[in-house]
Design a protein around this ligand. Structure first.
Ligand SMILES: NC(=O)c1ccc[n+]([C@@H]2O[C@H](COP(=O)([O-])OP(=O)(O)OC[C@H]3O[C@@H](n4cnc5c(N)ncnc54)[C@H](OP(=O)(O)O)[C@@H]3O)[C@@H](O)[C@H]2O)c1
Length: 232
């Protein structure tokens, strides 16, 4: 029996965390559709078998989002603007307005559960990262819209706030989880963030939850599902 029977739209699937989300959905045998800016990049990353699972577009464009949402019961969003590229749209356009647009159209389109990968320290306006277009504050405002839209009865959200992202294999570390944005430092593997996002689809404790996550000691894990039980 599948742990989640719906169709999951992965937004930002060609990003470094998004690609892990796709791999972890495959591990859990969960159906997915991908919302990506570049079909070429998606085919290079995931192979020709995803050709029928792609919708090309940007979170800046309503109609492109609508086309993608038509396929979804849940969304996992790993979209993030590129703050180091002066040519890229600012965080206000992607991490706030883009996420708000995606969540609004998702709800209109019948999506029941919205899972957002955000960041540690979004509630800290004086954080040094905010010198880049107030990226953390923009992410918090995006989060706020997701919480507002998906906390109504019949809907649910999960917001993951990872520490600094690194690129190791999944399930190789214990995780440290907290709420209230109290952790100030820490790193975590993108693969484990992806796994926790996928588990959030079907772990009841993850519903209507915002939590921070960083890695703790190196220790192979058979599953990360137990992490939700420790969140207060
Ligand atoms: N870096 C860190 O240490 C860190 C720490 C905490 C949280 N975060 C956050 O965690 C999330 C995932 O991080 P990551 O390192 O995996 O990011 P990443 O590799 O830069 O991936 C970001 C994804 O967002 C997509 N994207 C950007 N603009 C878009 C738009 N207008 N419409 C649709 N998709 C768009 C990108 O598309 P393309 O593939 O086409 O470029 C890419 O797939 C981000 O929100 C990031 O800010 C990062």
């Amino acid at each position: 029996m599948k742990s989640y029977n719906g169709m999951v739209l992965v937004a930002g699937a060609t990003g470094r965390t998004g690609a892990w989300v796709v791999k972890r959905l495959e591990c859990h045998d969960i159906d997915y559709h991908l919302f990506v800016r570049s079909g070429k990049k998606a085919l290079e990353l995931f192979g020709p078998e995803v050709i029928d699972k792609l919708t090309i577009g940007s979170v800046e464009h309503q109609e492109e989002i609508r086309a993608a949402i038509g396929h979804a019961d849940a969304v996992i969003c790993a979209v993030g603007g590129n703050v180091t590229d002066p040519e890229a749209p600012p965080p206000a356009a992607i991490d706030r307005d883009g996420i708000t647009r995606l969540a609004t159209i998702a709800k209109e389109g019948g999506v029941k559960h919205f899972i957002l990968i955000s960041s540690l320290s979004v509630t800290k306006p004086d954080h040094p990262l905010n010198k880049y277009g107030k990226v953390l504050t923009m992410k918090l405002e995006g989060e706020d819209e997701v919480r507002k839209l998906f906390s109504e009865p019949g809907y649910s959200y999960t917001i993951l706030r990872p520490g600094g992202l690194v690129d190791g294999q999944p399930l190789m570390h214990a995780l440290r989880i907290d709420t209230g944005d109290r952790m100030t430092t820490g790193v975590i593997d993108r693969s484990d963030v992806a796994e926790m996002a996928v588990l959030s689809l079907f772990a009841p404790e993850a519903h209507n939850l915002t939590f921070e996550l960083v890695r703790s000691e190196e220790a192979p894990q058979s599953s990360l599902i137990h992490c939700f039980a420790h969140i207060v």
